[in-house]
Design a protein around this ligand. Structure first.
Ligand code: SF4
Ligand code: MG
Length: 334
């Protein structure tokens, strides 16, 4: 099939003495083969938690992940044991984080770390691993790749470290690469080089990518489809053209309204501020979670949770503005 990942009703909770907090509430989305799918939203919206849930990396024992299904190319990740998940992680599905330094061991040579997934998943000999890392360094455009193999992480620039991490993410030819704010810690020039590299890898290697970002400029440049997240839910889902041409959830409109016009520096295209804050997930407002910040709120919005409504061509939004048949029941005769 041409769907690599199909997530249905992913739900992640943290269980503690003072009760349970549901940090992801019925997340459902698809990633097509060779597609780049964005997860966008403010911090605290659940983007990174979605990634950790898919990777089987939600902290235990407080964290609890469940789903109707998480199909990765025919395998339901939701049914795997921790051991089964370990076999998939780093080989079939891998992840690149914001700050490579934190995921690298400072006292191990870079080739040894980048090649580690091959040792774990394929049991290759060190000579073979080193050769393969060299190939990957060439693929991700690390200059003088042979000379860099024996470098330690601190001897590489931030941009080269991120290229090395992308090499590590791709070394087992995963079906899916999750990139969580992969360029946020980098300067503007290096940011665009890394993004261009990822687009290029998608085109040459065909890797499907989930791109997590708070930067709508990155969404516009990189993504085919977009999921807008708010307070642990997906509130709008659309292809990238529809999202920018016909944003349908007031939250999405708010995000887009405050993007500076083309030509402005990327740094100013960071997540714009919408008045108010993402709600405390332990004390959600009744009805629509965006209600307290929404300029379009209606009485029903505080009474009932809006469901996702189809707007055509795979475009969906979870907002009462788009469910007129429901709202009309509020007063008018049927
Ligand atoms: Fe605003 Fe109501 Fe739509 Fe929520 S459901 S985003 S409060 S209009
Ligand atoms: Mg995050």
């Amino acid at each position: 099939s041409d769907t690599v990942l199909s997530v249905r009703e992913l739900r992640t909770e943290f269980r503690g003495d003072r009760g349970n907090v549901r940090v992801l509430d019925d997340i459902s989305f698809d990633v097509g083969r060779g597609r780049i799918v964005g997860l966008v939203g403010e911090s605290g919206s659940g983007k990174s938690m979605t990634a950790l849930s898919l990777m089987g990396l939600v902290p235990k024992p407080q964290g609890h992940v469940s789903a109707k299904s998480i199909m990765l190319d025919g395998t339901d990740l939701a049914t795997l044991t921790p051991d089964g998940m370990r076999r998939i992680r780093g080989s079939e599905i891998s992840m690149v984080f914001q700050e490579p330094m934190t995921s690298l061991n400072p006292v191990r040579k870079i080739w040894d770390q980048v090649g580690e997934p091959l040792a774990i998943h394929h049991g290759l000999k060190r000579r073979q691993i080193r050769d393969r890392v060299l190939e990957m360094f060439e693929l991700v455009g690390i200059p003088e790749p042979k000379a860099r193999l024996d470098a330690y992480p601190h001897e590489l620039s931030g941009g080269l470290r991120q290229r090395a991490m992308i090499a590590m993410g791709l070394i087992c030819e995963p079906k899916l690469l999750i990139a969580d704010e992969p360029t946020t810690a980098l300067d503007v020039t290096t940011q665009s080089q890394i993004l261009r590299l990822m687009l290029d890898l998608r085109d040459r290697v065909g890797t499907a990518i989930i791109m997590i970002t708070h930067d709508l400029g990155i969404i516009a440049e990189m993504c085919d489809e977009v999921n807008v997240m708010y307070a642990g839910q997906i509130v709008e889902q659309a292809n990238v053209f529809d999202l920018f041409e016909r944003p349908s959830h007031p939250y999405t409109r708010g995000l887009l309204a405050s993007i500076p016009k083309a030509g402005a520096a990327r740094v100013s295209r960071r997540m714009p501020s919408i008045p108010g804050m993402v709600p405390n997930l332990a004390k959600l407002p009744p009805g629509c979670r965006f209600g307290p910040r929404c300029g379009d709120a209606m009485p029903i919005c505080q009474q009932r949770v809006p469901e996702l409504v189809g707007l055509g061509q795979g475009h969906v939004a979870g907002c009462w503005l788009h469910a007129p048949q429901e709202t009309s029941g509020q007063g008018a005769a049927p």
